[in-house]
Design a protein around this ligand. Structure first.
Ligand code: NI
Length: 138
């Protein structure tokens, strides 16, 4: 049986601040750079969700890409888009740094339980065009 990987891209914009409260402002700015801006700052995030499975003999789909898009919107991007990632999102706990690395884990947890006839393979999130994090559920 052939395994095929299907990827859907979704985008969202959100603000965040990376900050360790026990550190000085100087150290926070040194470690987190612009992401430690005291009044938050924004990113245009690019999210790639990949599922894997065998194409259905009738439809040829691993999964209906429109349904995958709707699922990502409902469970993930509708909550994140135009939000403050430190404050507004139920599935991001207040004591976690809203880094791209942590976001991919949380996004995985939002999506994985809802996939029925295929498996979640990876969640890849671009914070800038040059930086992304990817998670495979390990
Ligand atoms: Ni940032």
């Amino acid at each position: 049986m052939a395994t095929v990987y299907l990827t859907r891209r979704e985008r969202f914009n959100a603000a965040h601040k990376l900050w360790v409260k026990d550190w000085s402002e100087k150290k926070n700015l040194k470690i987190f750079g612009k992401c430690a801006n005291k009044n938050f700052h924004g990113h245009n995030y690019d999210l790639f969700v990949t599922v894997k499975g065998t194409p259905d003999p009738l439809t040829g789909f691993v999964m209906d890409a429109k349904k995958l898009s709707n699922l990502i919107k409902k469970e993930v991007t509708n909550h994140l888009d135009h939000s403050n990632l430190n404050k507004d999102v139920k599935f991001i706990s207040k004591n976690i740094q809203p880094t791209t690395e942590n976001l991919v884990i949380l996004i995985w947890k939002q999506l994985a339980p809802h996939l029925k006839n295929c498996q979640l393979h990876s969640v890849k999130l671009y914070e800038t065009e040059n930086i992304y994090a990817e998670y495979f559920g390990e």
